[in-house]
Design a protein around this ligand. Sequence first.
Ligand SMILES: CCCCCCCCCCCCCC(=O)SCCNC(=O)CCNC(=O)[C@H](O)C(C)(C)COP(=O)(O)OP(=O)(O)OC[C@H]1O[C@@H](n2cnc3c(N)ncnc32)[C@H](O)[C@@H]1OP(=O)(O)O
Ligand SMILES: CCCCCCCC/C=C\CCCCCCCC(=O)OC[C@@H](O)COP(=O)(O)O
Length: 271
Amino acid sequence: MDALWMVLLLVVPALLLTSSTFVFYFKKCFYVGYMMILGIVAMPLCILKSGGRDIENMRIIRNLVRHVKYFLGLRFEVSGWEHLQTEGPYVIISNHQSSLDVLGMMEVLPDRCSMIAKKELIYAGTVGMVCWLGGIVFINRKKTSDAKSVMADAAKTMQDEKIRLWVFPEGTRNQKGDLLPFKKGAFHLAVQAQAPIIPIVFSSYRSFYLTKEKEFKSGSITLKILPKIETKGLTTDDVATLTDQAYDIMRSAFLEMSGPAPLLSNGPSKH
Ligand SMILES: CCCCCCCCCCCCCC(=O)SCCNC(=O)CCNC(=O)[C@H](O)C(C)(C)COP(=O)(O)OP(=O)(O)OC[C@H]1O[C@@H](n2cnc3c(N)ncnc32)[C@H](O)[C@@H]1OP(=O)(O)O
Ligand SMILES: CCCCCCCC/C=C\CCCCCCCC(=O)OC[C@@H](O)COP(=O)(O)O
C-alpha cells in the first residue's frame, strides 16, 4: 500500500514534470487561472480607488500582474526607456504573439495608458471585467464602421483627458516568425489625436514558447522601445505612408532581434 502511494505522490508527478507537453498545458492553465484570480483581487481595489471605469486603475493592474513572469520562468530585458519619456498622449504600437504579451506590456506600461482590444475580451470572466475597469477600449473587428467610430471617440478622449493607448496593429496574435501586415486603425488614431506613435518590438518567443509543438520553457524576452514617430500636421492622406514607415522600422528591429523568419510556405507579405 505504501509503495502505491509512493508511486502516486512522487513518481507520477516526477514523470509528468519531465513531459514537455504536460508542462506546456500546466503553465498555460496556471497562467489563465492565476490571471483570473488576480482579476478577483484587482476588481475591489479598482472600485475602491476610482469608483468604476478609470484609466488610473491601470496602475493597480500593472502592479498586480508584474510578478506573474517569475512563476512562468520568463525574463524581460527592456531597452530604449528614454523614448517613453514623452509628455502627453501617444499611441504605442507593438507586435502581438500571444496572450503572454500582457506580461511584457505591464513591464513598460506608462501611466495613463490603456489599450485597444477585441470586444470578445470583455466576456473573459474576471479578466474581462478588469479590462473594462482599466479603461480598455473595445472594438468590433468584424464591423469596421463601428470600430472606426469607437476609435474616433478614443482619439478625442486621448486629447481631452491626456491619455495614451496601446494598439496591436497586426490586429491578431501571430507567431509566424515575421510581422503580419499592419491594419490602419492605430495610425488613423494617432493622426486624429495628433499624437506621436511609439513602436515597441517584442523579440520572438519561438526559443521557449511553441504552440504547435506544445513547448513552454523558461525564456528571456527583449522589449525594444523605438524612437517616436511624429504625426503633427499629418492627415488621413498620410496614413498609408505612416503605416508603411512604422511597419518597416518594426519589422527590421524584429528580424534583427529574433533572427530571420523560419521558412514559411507562402512567405511574409506586405499590406
Ligand atoms: C488581472 C487582470 C489583468 C488584465 C490585463 C489585461 C490586459 C489586456 C490587454 C489586451 C490586449 C488585447 C489585444 C487585442 O485584442 S488585439 C485585437 C484588437 N485590436 C485591433 O484589431 C487593433 C488593430 N486593428 C485595426 O486597427 C483595424 O484597422 C480595425 C479593426 C480598426 C479595422 O479593421 P479592418 O480589418 O477593416 O482593417 P483595415 O485597417 O484594412 O481598415 C479598413 C479601412 O478602414 C480604414 N480605417 C481603419 N481604421 C480607421 C479609423 N480609425 N478611422 C478611419 N478609417 C479607418 C482603413 O484606412 C481602410 O481604408 P483604406 O485605407 O483601405 O481606404
Ligand atoms: C468566459 C470566457 C472565459 C475565457 C477565458 C480566457 C481568458 C484569458 C484569461 C486570462 C489570460 C490572461 C490575460 C489575457 C489577455 C489576453 C489578450 C489577448 O491576447 O487577446 C487576444 C487578442 O489580442 C487577439 O485575439 P485573436 O488572436 O485574434 O483571437
